[in-house]
Write a protein that binds this ligand. Structure first.
Ligand code: C6P
Length: 493
């Protein structure tokens, strides 16, 4: 049963209008503040209901509730205006920066300009304090104890799971598996679920813009099962070639693995559309959300991804904690990945029965402290508002792109209209690594290299680029300083 091509293309065109939906749920709030492309998209599509607001997750009663700057009170209340007056607080990155102690330091005598957020984000005080409080006040193993601290740690750990589920719109916390990071989440799916549906001669479709973490696990699966990797090409602007996608889907690959945001190009992929198309052709979809969740509201039920992976450290949380979301029925079908404590029900020397999801996938002592820290990071972001963060970063990205594009010899890599705050470039006469080191002398932290996306770099005939990646605390003044510094470098001062 193949959908006639013309009907499919019409469908693609219609759905392309909603391409930005994941990124700009905020468009329905204040379209005037969006970048022109997003504004255009919001005009063309019919009004749609907003994604349901994640339900607030109650803090365990024993945790003191921290109170940081504007998050607890809106300005109207601070100015003594009547409680009914609820002006939303204006977003001010300069104020937000006060929550990030690391940003106050100088590097090589210059104020630190942190533009390496795609590699990892800095941590707000609420996260640092949540970690300290955990170790000072209720450190214990979880799920096993019968004493007070074990109960507290278990409650905090499971509360973090509920917060994570609410943050990405999962139907239930049971769909959230805590892992080390995006890489581990993808490996779990490829190694545990993959062999159930992929066999000899089957195909796995991955795009040219994937991070190695969304390539190698599939290569390993292909090698062990005798399956084949299918390459999904991208256009010169750095967008997925949707016509090629449709053709490749018609070959009936078993799995599509796609990043929601490229860590090199910043392109925001239309994952909702791509998932719908994949499902039509019977493929299962894993979305790598590592570079998406920090930048805009994500709703896994709306995009209908089967699996969704992201890392805590890229979303202002601790390192060593990450998330695999999986639809409950799929997780239930998946055999355990690693064996050990907590993932079992009954064990004899010969065999075992396994715990329910998600515990079936969390063998051994969990990374409790960092899960609690992740919960604190998600609370922090929700209080600011992901729509607010997206709007700020979109504006800043447009500003940076406009200024960078005017620099002589600077070539932007990835010019898709729908971009998150990740900007790659090369500068004629200035090898990327040297340029990054030169910027570091001025206190500007950027990344240079292949960004763990070698197939993508090869697609552009490159070995490396310089990459700046923005976060919620970056400012226009920092963009001005970056551009001025680059101008000086170009003039070889
Ligand atoms: N990208 C970067 O500087 P881990 O290491 O598991 O937290 O994340 C892996 C990963 C997976 N997918 C994407 C799209 C990513 O960007 C990353 C990590 C970092 O771009 C380190 S290479």
């Amino acid at each position: 049963m193949t959908m006639p091509e013309s009907e499919t293309i019409t469908k693609i065109k219609q759905m392309a209008d909603t391409l930005f939906k994941q990124a700009v749920t905020l468009a329905a709030h204040e379209p005037k503040d969006l970048l022109p492309a997003a504004e255009e998209a919001s005009k063309q599509r019919p009004p749609e209901p907003l994604a349901p607001k994640p339900a607030a997750v109650a803090e365990p009663a024993f945790l003191p509730s921290p109170d940081y700057y504007f998050l607890s009170q809106n300005p109207a209340q601070k100015q003594g205006k009547p409680a009914g007056h609820r002006a939303p607080p204006a977003y001010d990155p300069a104020t937000v920066r006060r929550d990030f102690p690391i940003l106050a330091q100088k590097i090589n005598g210059k104020p630190l300009v942190w533009l390496d957020n795609a590699a990892t984000t800095q941590k707000p005080l609420v996260v640092i304090d949540a970690l300290t409080r955990y170790y000072r006040e209720y450190n214990s193993n979880v799920h096993r104890g019968v004493h007070t601290l074990a109960d507290r740690a278990t409650e905090a750990y499971e509360t973090a799971r509920k917060k994570t589920a609410a943050f990405i719109g999962a139907a239930t916390p049971e769909e959230i598996v805590f892992v080390r990071g995006t890489t581990e989440a993808i490996n779990l799916v490829a190694q545990a679920y993959g062999p159930m549906i992929v066999g000899k001669g089957d195909e796995i479709l991955i795009s040219e813009m994937e991070h190695h973490s969304n390539i190698i696990p599939w290569q390993l699966l292909a090698r062990t099962t005798g399956a084949k990797i299918l390459r999904l090409p991208i256009t010169d602007r750095g967008e997925v070639d949707l016509a090629a996608y449709e053709r490749l889907l018609a070959r009936r690959p078993k799995i599509v693995a796609i990043t929601e945001v490229s860590n090199v190009l910043g392109t925001i992929n239309p994952v909702r559309l791509m998932t719908e198309m994949a499902h039509y052709y019977g493929a299962l979809v894993l979305v790598d959300g590592a570079q998406a969740v920090p930048h805009f509201p994500v709703d896994v039920r709306e995009s209908d991804a089967d699996f969704y992976a992201f890392s805590g450290h890229k979303i202002y949380g601790p390192t060593g904690i990450g998330v695999l979301y999986g639809k409950k029925a799929l997780l239930e079908e998946t055999p355990p990945w690693q064996g050990g404590g907590n993932m079992i029900k009954e064990v004899s020397l010969e065999e075992a029965s396994y715990n329910t999801v998600p515990h079936k996938f969390e063998a051994g002592t969990a990374n409790i402290a960092d899960a609690v820290g992740l919960g604190a990071a998600l609370d922090y972001l929700q209080k600011i508002g992901m729509a607010q963060i997206a709007r700020h970063e979109q504006t800043l990205t447009a500003y940076a792109l406009e200024r960078l594009a005017k620099l002589p010899g600077l070539c932007l890599i990835g010019t898709a209209p729908h971009k998150a705050g990740v900007i790659s470039f090369t500068l004629a006469g200035h090898p990327s690594l040297q340029l990054a080191k030169r910027l570091n002398k001025e206190g500007i932290a950027v990344r240079a290299g292949h960004h763990c996306a070698q197939p993508l770099l090869h697609r552009y005939g490159l070995k490396d680029t310089v990459r700046i990646s923005l976060g919620l605390y970056n400012t226009e003044a920092e963009m001005d300083f970056l551009v001025k510094t680059l101008e000086r470098i170009i003039r070889s001062e």
